[in-house]
Design a protein around this ligand. Sequence first.
Ligand code: FES
Ligand code: FES
Length: 176
Amino acid sequence: MSERTSLLQIGGAVHNRDKIRMTLTVNGEDSEILADGTATLLEVLREELGLPGTKHGCELGECGACTVLLDGEPALSCLLLARQCEGLDITTIEGISHGNELHPLQDAFADLGGSQCGYCTPGFILSSAALLERKPDPSRAEITEALSGNLCRCTGYNQIFESVEEAARKIREENS
Ligand code: FES
Ligand code: FES
């Protein structure tokens, strides 16, 4: 085994020079990975786990393109170390649909023009999903507030807000 690949047991964590082994629970599945200890959750999702739906934007916590859900709450994956997220339920846009069946938010964004270039869309959908989980019938002001950390350069926001209202209506209908 080369020096590069040899593993050292240090303080309970398995290290490969500057890499550490971690287990992340993403979209309901545990994945064990060996990644740089300074890697962000965004980098690990995209580069180690092959989940490109979470988008690289500003990487400064300002655009919301990298939003995922941690235990159901929106979080900016560009600002989190992946290793901080061990033991949490991580949901990405790839995990929001049920098999081939799109989430009502995905349907509504597609149908009502809530998504144009689409770069911001995963972040908007995950922030919206968290909102609808805690508030099934949000007002326009509540939607605006919940999505205030997500930026879009294409839609002018009205179609996004209408998409969330439409999805909320469909989910309430399905649950009634
Ligand atoms: S990429 Fe994370 S907030 Fe912009
Ligand atoms: S749809 Fe293009 S940035 Fe939002």
